[in-house]
Design a protein around this ligand. Structure first.
Ligand SMILES: [Zn+2]
Length: 754
């Protein structure tokens, strides 16, 4: 075993220190000298692009200026007890720009005349919705009219049996918790007739700013319905079904948007979205028409969820919204494996979710579910939200994220996430398949955070040269489905000098899920398939280091000494031999009994990785599901191999470098006043099993950025610490140290062109 000092000594020459440090055991504390040595060895920095032209605030749509959103989710009981003035006062005190007020569709919160729009039993003909709208307006808050088209009651089902989602046996599908509510089919006339009738009624009676649907479209999974209309659609779960689903989402979205605009041109329709890389509707198409991306991603909801779930959603929004408003809901109530809809969650967890919203460039949206005086029996959430929002309001300009500063793009394969049939078309269960891609995404995400790389997500349908031009490298973690067009775009990217890292079944399927005979990127990456996926039975395979004693070792092997083998992955695609392989496969064998735990064949010509250099491009393909296996095991060798490879691909060029100890997530933005570097401190025993109980502060973090020529820095302020820090300019290199990071810090750089 290497100790830390030996590691530093042996690897420092070639591995930038920041990454080397972060690959070490995070429980070891580094001295100030080590931290400063780390920052002194900052990798090569490439200059930022010139600043974007300023947007004229006079022509910006109103929703683009929204900085804070609030919602007390209204229950049927609220009209009997809610204090509307107290409700409006609370959100006004939190300085929100927008409140959501329930119209609904399941229960009317106003005296609706639309047939089957059932009045809540405590409404008693009161215009509860209208009173809420008036109270919000009086305080200059915008109003979103919130509807729910996903369910209705028995009387509607009896009159309109065609509105229901059906099971294969023809029976209607009902809500699991309230069986009197049936599920409505999005392909039925319920969506064409009933919802528009409600929208037009609202437009005729009230002055609302826009319309929103909760509960539709589906998030993260596709509907399974066997009604008369759906029976004529392609089979559920197929690429053809997904296209039909997307067409219907777009048809309805545009129809509702047109109805919203019948009242006033700056009104619009938007809907509940989320699901991060696995979102339901095609996010490329949706991003082009959505005025507002609403991420219903309220908190960690299962017990192995990583703390960065909100930031991950933010990266998805950045990939598709091109700077248009995206908001992420933070539930102040308890999301989790066991739910308490009306109990406040740990304040440290709620605050981190809000931190991630801001850091990833989204608008924070705080949410609680009534009832009693409309603000809840448990009122502890109120101070947490008001304090947080009042703090953000002091610094709004610095939270206007305009352009992400990153030089690595991670391709998000939405179709693979939704439709991929699993390794080697293995027939895994749906939940297992979902977990497979979840683990893959988490593995690459975790590795990028630990390496402190600045990265963006790039949607699979947005691989055009203009968008890809800013990235030194693209990462394709098991992006199994690639169309011919996408293959050609990736080839063009490489021809233009871009670099690529891909793994496992990347490109083995086309966009229709037809399995290719060989990899879609075979020529580009110089790989050929020699068989179908091989899994592990007991002891997984190894990667043998060819020529381990060679004096000129490849950079991706830096730090691996005193071993001939590295761990492989759980699954791999066997490859045909290549010339001069760097790592070859030692096939898996028996784990138990130990008597048999040795390789029957210890040396093969099957490559475990294939590397290529053409022009200024560097290409790396791992035949194993390395990102996913890293996530499952946490094996440091897999992490180091990923880090070394990403550094080799990018020539370790970083536009921004943050040196220091701890597990952080970093975002860097161009803002209206200049730039902002956001650091989220995840160094916490609760980082991968919710929720945070408290923060564990980090020591100094040294930030280095290379600014565009002519930019002059006026100040660097720490928004959480509420203090200025000194900085030095060395040519165009800006350098400053953040002395301490509690749960979150934002270094706001005010800069002027010279
Ligand atoms: Zn249907």
């Amino acid at each position: 075993m290497l100790n830390r000092r030996t590691f530093l000594k042996t690897s420092a020459a070639a591995i930038p220190m920041t990454a080397a440090l972060s690959a070490l055991d995070p429980s070891r504390t580094l001295s100030a000298e080590e931290v400063s040595a780390a920052s002194a060895r900052a990798p090569q920095l490439v200059p930022l692009p010139p600043r974007m032209a300023l947007i004229d605030p006079a022509t910006e749509p109103w929703q683009q200026k929204v900085r804070r959103v609030g919602q007390s989710n209204m229950t049927e009981h609220d009209p009997a007890v809610m204090n509307i003035e107290a409700w409006a006062d609370y959100w006004h005190s939190a300085q929100v720009d927008v409140v959501y007020v329930s119209v609904t569709g399941i229960l009317a919160f106003y005296p609706s005349k639309v047939p089957f729009h059932r009045h809540g039993k405590f409404l008693r003909d009161r215009d509860f919705f209208g009173e809420c709208v008036a109270a919000a307006r009086k305080r200059h808050m915008h109003v979103v009219a919130r509807m729910s088209p996903d369910m209705n009651w028995e009387d509607a089902l009896a009159a309109h049996p065609e509105w229901a989602m059906r099971n294969q046996d023809g029976s209607a599908q009902f809500n699991a918790e309230e069986p009197r509510l049936f599920k409505t089919c999005m392909f039925s006339s319920y969506m064409d007739d009933y919802m528009p009738a409600i929208m037009r009624e609202i437009n005729s009676l009230y002055d609302v700013d826009c319309f929103y649907t909760n509960g539709w479209p589906p998030i993260g999974s596709l509907p399974e319905c066997y009604c008369a209309i759906c029976a004529k659609l392609p089979p559920a779960g197929t690429p053809a079904y997904w296209r039909a689903f997307n067409d219907r989402v777009f048809e309805l979205w545009q129809k509702y948007d047109a109805i919203a605009k019948e009242k006033k041109p700056d009104s619009f329709f938007f809907a509940n979205l989320g699901g991060n890389v696995r979102g339901g509707p095609n996010l490329d198409r949706l991003g082009k028409i959505a005025a507002w991306f609403q991420a219903d991603n309220q908190g960690r909801s299962y017990d192995d969820a990583a703390v960065w779930g909100c930031s991950l959603q933010g990266r998805v929004c950045n990939a598709i919204m091109d700077g248009k408003t995206a908001a992420n809901v933070t539930a102040a109530y308890s999301t989790g494996a066991v739910a308490w809809r009306n109990a406040s969650k740990n304040p440290a967890e709620a605050r981190m979710w809000l931190n991630e919203t801001l850091a990833s460039g989204m608008v924070p949206y705080y949410h609680f579910v009534g009832s009693e005086d409309g603000l809840g029996e448990d009122r502890r959430w109120q101070q947490v939200g008001a304090d947080y929002f009042q703090w953000t309001a002091k610094h709004d300009a610095h939270f206007t994220a305009r352009r992400s500063i990153a030089n690595i793009g991670v391709v998000m394969g939405q179709s693979t996430q939704l439709l991929y049939p699993g390794p080697g078309a293995s027939g895994l269960s749906t939940s297992r398949l979902r977990a497979t891609m979840h683990e893959t995404t988490q593995g690459i995400y975790d590795a990028l955070l630990r390496g402190r790389f600045a990265f963006d997500f790039v949607h699979e349908d947005r691989l055009d040269p203009v968008r890809l031009g800013k990235y030194r490298a693209l990462l394709l973690p098991n992006i199994a489905m690639l169309s011919d067009r996408q293959r050609a775009q990736l080839s063009d990217y490489v021809r233009a000098g871009g670099s690529i890292m891909a793994s496992f079944e990347t490109g083995l399927y086309d966009e229709n899920l037809r399995r290719r005979a060989d990899f879609g990127l075979a020529d580009l990456l110089g790989i050929n398939k020699a068989g179908d996926a091989i899994g592990s039975n007991g002891n997984s395979y190894y990667a043998r280091i060819e020529a381990p004693d060679s004096t000129s070792r490849h950079p991706i092997l830096e730090g691996f000494t005193n071993t001939n083998w590295l761990p492989g992955a759980q699954n791999r695609i066997p490859l045909r031999p290549v010339q001069d392989p760097l790592l070859t496969v030692v096939p898996g064998f028996v784990r138990y009994p130990p008597e048999l735990a040795y390789p029957p064949v210890s040396h093969t010509s099957e490559p475990a990785v294939v590397l290529r250099e053409t022009g200024s491009s560097r290409l790396a393909y791992f035949s194993g599901d390395i990102e996913r296996t890293y996530w499952l095991t946490g094996h440091g060798d897999l992490l180091r191999l990923l880090h070394n490879t990403i550094r080799w691909l990018t020539r370790d060029e970083r536009i921004v470098n943050v040196a220091g100890e701890g597990l952080i997530e970093m975002f860097c933005w161009e803002t209206v006043p200049g730039y902002a570097v956001h650091l989220l401190n995840y160094t916490n025993p609760d980082a991968q099993h919710g929720w945070l109980q408290s923060a564990f502060p980090l020591g100094p973090q040294t930030v280095t950025m290379k600014l565009p020529p002519g930019v002059r820095v006026e100040s660097v302020q720490l928004l959480k610490a509420e203090a200025s820090v000194s900085f030095v300019m060395d040519g165009q290199s800006l350098r400053f140290t953040i002395p301490r990071v509690e749960d979150y810090e934002v270094a706001a750089i005010t800069a002027k062109p010279q």
